[in-house]
Design a protein around this ligand. Structure first.
Ligand SMILES: NC(=O)c1ccc[n+]([C@@H]2O[C@H](COP(=O)([O-])OP(=O)(O)OC[C@H]3O[C@@H](n4cnc5c(N)ncnc54)[C@H](OP(=O)(O)O)[C@@H]3O)[C@@H](O)[C@H]2O)c1
Length: 352
């Protein structure tokens, strides 16, 4: 089978190689999954660069976050599962270590506690992106900030997959969103998918615009995945007592200058207006939530997507051979659809 392997930590374009590897055999409590589709998240590339919150052992198959596939074989002690079941492989609690074996390969072995059955009506593109971004959007809005109907929620990188899902979920729950984008061309698109207000940092002042939009009551809740100067402005724009949850640091991507890796907060605003800035990381949430709660949240997301409340933007499919193009696209500005590696059903049947 084919696998995309990084021999060592480094720039993904330099360290990834397409290799042929034997198909692994599932042991007790494990299933062999024939991967159908798997996304290329920016975080997957950070893992390879050694700049993420965990590091696998190298050589490592790329893709640490999620995939969809079918059960191709079962080890002992795997009652309740059937060959051919369609499943998402996700990070779930009670399974120690990095989330899983790399997903950028045709077959992988996974602990069965990581498997979430998926109805056939969900496309491969949606299913393979189900466990990370939609769950993050749900947890940020409902659990981390408990945003109430009628309240404002301020968010950055509103055109990202998470940002779009936050908008959809907010509309569903009656929450009003103020959405920050960096390109004027993205503004209409954000309005079209239901963003109540849009601020474009290309030609608008974030702090001033938030004050104009929210008025004297201000905005008390925000989520930020840009960090740096934009994250600092979000904290400045908050009403006294407000809270911003930082869940990404897009402005730090590919930066090496230590100053570019910070969020330069205004101490006086943080102290005298008693504002809070705290982080959120899904992997840590999985590590602290009970297995029942995590599975409940994942099932909730599956229902929201299956019912059409959340629509995950369709990914752009790439065969594994075109990995150089696909990984470069993943971090290109205005890249649009998220690149996905897809594997045809009958491909390479004989090379197992
Ligand atoms: N903490 C967690 O557990 C967790 C979970 C899920 C996701 N995340 C994070 O959430 C973020 C979004 O992920 P995603 O998969 O939704 O992203 P995505 O679909 O790949 O979209 C990236 C978006 O970010 C915008 N962007 C990129 N660099 C930017 C910058 N320097 N300033 C402002 N905007 C910028 C892009 O705008 P253009 O269209 O203008 O290029 C694009 O809209 C990432 O940082 C990811 O790591 C964190």
């Amino acid at each position: 089978m084919r696998a995309l392997v990084a021999g060592k930590v480094g720039e993904p374009g330099d360290v990834l190689r397409l290799e042929t590897r034997p198909v692994p055999t599932p042991e007790a409590g494990q299933a062999l999954i024939r991967v159908k589709a798997t996304p290329i998240h920016a975080s997957d590339l950070h893992v390879l660069r050694g700049r993420y919150g965990f590091s696998p052992e190298f050589p490592a198959v790329g893709g640490q976050m999620e995939c969809v596939g079918r059960i191709a074989a079962l080890g002992p002690d795997t009652e309740g599962l059937t060959l051919g079941d369609r499943v998402v492989v996700a990070a779930v609690p009670a399974v120690p270590g990095p989330p899983m074996a790399g997903t950028w390969q045709e077959y992988l072995v996974a602990d069965t506690r990581r498997l979430l059955p998926i109805p056939d009506r969900l496309s491969d593109s949606s299913a393979c992106q189900l466990a990370v971004n939609p769950l993050t959007a749900l947890l940020l809005v409902t659990r981390e900030l408990d945003v109430q109907p009628g309240e404002w929620l301020l968010q950055t990188a509103a055109g990202s997959t998470v940002g779009r899902l936050v908008i959809q979920l907010s509309r569903h729950l009656g929450i009003r969103t103020i959405n920050v984008v960096r390109r004027r061309a993205a503004v209409e698109e954000i309005r079209a998918i239901g963003g109540d207000e849009v601020i474009c940092t290309e030609d608008e002042d974030l702090v001033q615009r938030v004050a104009e939009i929210a008025g004297p009551g201000g905005v008390r809740k925000a989520v930020d995945c840009v960090a740096g100067h934009v994250g600092a402005q979000v904290s400045q724009a908050l009403a006294p007592g407000g809270e911003v949850v930082v869940y990404g640091a897009l402005s730090t991507h590919r930066q090496t200058d230590p100053a570019a890796l910070t969020i330069p907060l205004q101490a006086r605003s943080v102290i005298y207006e008693t504002k809070a800035v705290r982080g959120f990381w899904l992997n840590r949430w999985f590590g602290t939530a009970s297995p029942e709660d995590a599975l409940h949240a994942l099932s909730q997301v599956r229902t929201l997507v299956a019912d059409g409340v959340l629509s995950i933007p369709a990914g752009r499919p790439f065969p594994l051979e075109r990995f150089t193009e696909a990984i470069s696209l993943a971090e290109t500005a205005a890249h649009g659809a998220k690149p996905l590696f897809v594997f045809e059903d009958d491909q390479n049947k004989d090379d197992r």
